[in-house]
Design a protein around this ligand. Structure first.
Ligand code: NAD
Ligand code: MG
Length: 349
C-alpha cells in the first residue's frame, strides 16, 4: 500500500474548547447549510445563518428558530464564517462579507475550488479551513439526530492563529463528522480528486459508458427496452454491492458467467486508451485548464453547458427510461427484503 495514507481523526481527538465560545456564521441554508447550522446549534454552538434578503431559503431557516441575518451582518458578528452557498456564487458572496473577517477569524469551506483556483483570496491574518462531509446535507442532519456521524474531510489552507486545525476538528465534532471519522487532506488534493472523480467516473465516465453501451445494443437491432434494462437500470444493483463490500462483494454476488465475462472483457472496453484520456483529464484539472473553462463559461451565461444539457435530455435512453421506470412504481415502497430479492435476481442474470 502507498505511503501516502491519510490520517483519520475521531471524537476523542476533538477539543470542544476550540469552538465553544465562538459564533459561527453559516452562509447559505441549502443542502449543507441547513445541516451544519442545525447540528452546530444542537451542539450548543452560537449560530447565525447568513442569507440574502428575499432568499428562498429564508423561511426555512427562520422556521427552525435560528437567528437569520444578511451574509455581511452574519459574518461581521462571527468568528467562524462557513461558506455554504453554491461554489459558483461564492466569489460574489465573499465580496459582500470580506469586511467582516477580522484578524484571527476563520473562513471555512466544504469544497476547495474557489481557494485552490484563486477565486477567493482571503487576507493573510485569517485562518482558512475545510470541513467537507462526504454526504449530502440531509444525511449529515439525519445521522446527527440519530446519534451517528457522517464521515468528512479536514483541510487547513492557512493558519495564522496556529489553532486552525483544532478549531476545524471541533467544528467537525459539532456537526457530527468526528463521530464517524475525519480524514485529513489538503485543499489541493480535495479539489483535484473531487473534480477528477466526478469527470472520470461518477458523472462523466459512468453516463458515457451507459450511453455508448445502450447505443451499441440498439444499433445492433435489440429493443431499446432491453438495452435500457441491461445498460442503465441494473447499474444500481451493481453499485449498491460495490458500496457495501467493494469489488469482492460484487464479484461474489454475480454469477460465475458474469464474473468471468466481466473479468476478461472489462479491460478491453476500458482499455489503455481510456487510461490515457483519464490522465489528460486529470492534467486539465491540475493545471487549472478545466477551472478556467468553467469560470469563463459561467461569466458568459453558460452557453456550452446549456447545449450539453439539452443534448443529454434529448437522448433516446431518457424517453425509454421514463416509461420503464413507471413499471417500477412499487419500488418506492420496497423494503429490505425486496431489495435483497432484487440483488439475488441481478446476481442470477
Ligand atoms: P445548495 O445549492 O444546496 O445551497 C445553496 C444555498 O445558498 C441556498 O440556501 C441558497 O439560498 C443560497 N444561495 C444561493 N445563491 C446565493 C447568493 N447569490 N447569495 C447568497 N446565498 C445564496 O449548496 P450545497 O450543495 O449545500 O453546497 C454548499 C457547499 O458545500 C459547496 O461548496 C459544495 O461544493 C459543498 N458540498 C456540497 C455537498 C452536497 O452534497 N450538496 C457535499 C459536500 C460539500
Ligand atoms: Mg467577524
Amino acid at each position: 500500500m502507498s505511503d501516502t495514507r491519510a490520517t483519520i481523526y475521531y471524537t476523542e481527538d476533538a477539543d470542544r474548547t476550540a469552538i465553544e465560545n465562538k459564533t459561527v456564521a453559516v452562509l447559505g441554508f441549502g443542502s449543507q447549510g441547513h445541516a451544519h447550522a442545525q447540528n452546530l446549534d444542537d451542539s450548543g454552538i452560537d449560530v447565525v445563518v447568513g442569507l440574502r434578503k428575499g432568499s428562498s431559503s429564508r423561511a426555512a431557516a427562520e422556521d427552525t428558530g435560528l437567528e437569520v441575518a444578511t451574509p455581511a451582518v452574519a459574518a461581521e458578528a462571527a468568528d467562524i464564517v462557513s461558506m455554504l452557498v453554491p461554489d459558483t456564487v461564492q466569489p460574489a458572496v465573499y465580496e459582500a462579507i470580506e469586511d467582516g473577517l477580522d484578524a484571527g477569524d476563520t473562513l471555512q469551506f466544504a469544497h476547495g475550488f474557489n481557494i485552490h483556483y484563486g477565486q477567493i483570496e482571503p487576507p493573510a491574518d485569517v485562518d482558512v479551513t475545510m470541513i467537507a462531509p462526504k454526504s449530502p446535507g440531509h444525511l449529515v442532519r439525519r445521522n446527527y439526530e440519530n446519534g451517528e456521524g457522517t464521515p468528512g474531510l479536514l483541510a487547513v489552507y492557512q493558519n495564522p492563529t496556529n489553532e486552525a486545525k483544532e478549531e476545524a476538528l471541533a467544528y467537525a465534532q459539532a456537526i457530527g463528522c468526528a463521530r464517524a471519522g475525519v480524514v485529513e487532506t489538503t485543499f489541493r488534493e480535495e479539489t483535484e480528486t473531487d473534480l477528477f472523480g466526478e469527470q472520470a467516473v461518477l458523472c462523466g465516465g459512468v453516463t458515457s459508458l451507459v450511453k455508448h453501451s445502450y447505443e451499441t445494443l440498439v444499433d445492433a437491432g435489440y429493443s431499446p427496452e432491453m438495452a435500457y434494462f441491461e445498460c442503465m437500470n441494473e447499474l444500481k444493483l451493481i453499485v449498491d454491492l460495490l458500496y457495501e463490500g467493494g469489488l469482492a462483494e460484487m464479484w461474489n454476488s454475480v454469477s460465475d458467467t458474469a464474473e468471468y465475462g466481466g473479468l476478461t472483457r472489462g479491460d478491453r472496453i476500458v482499455d489503455d486508451h481510456v487510461r490515457d484520456n483519464m490522465e489528460e483529464t486529470l492534467e486539465a484539472v491540475q493545471n487549472g485548464e478545466f477551472a478556467r473553462e468553467w469560470i469563463t463559461e459561467n461569466h458568459a451565461g453558460r452557453p456550452s453547458y446549456t447545449l450539453h444539457r439539452q443534448a443529454e435530455q434529448n437522448h433516446d435512453i431518457e424517453a425509454v427510461g421514463e416509461e420503464l421506470r413507471q413499471l417500477f412504481a412499487w419500488s418506492e415502497e420496497s423494503n429490505e427484503s425486496e431489495d435483497s430479492e432484487q440483488e439475488r435476481m441481478a446476481a442470477d442474470d
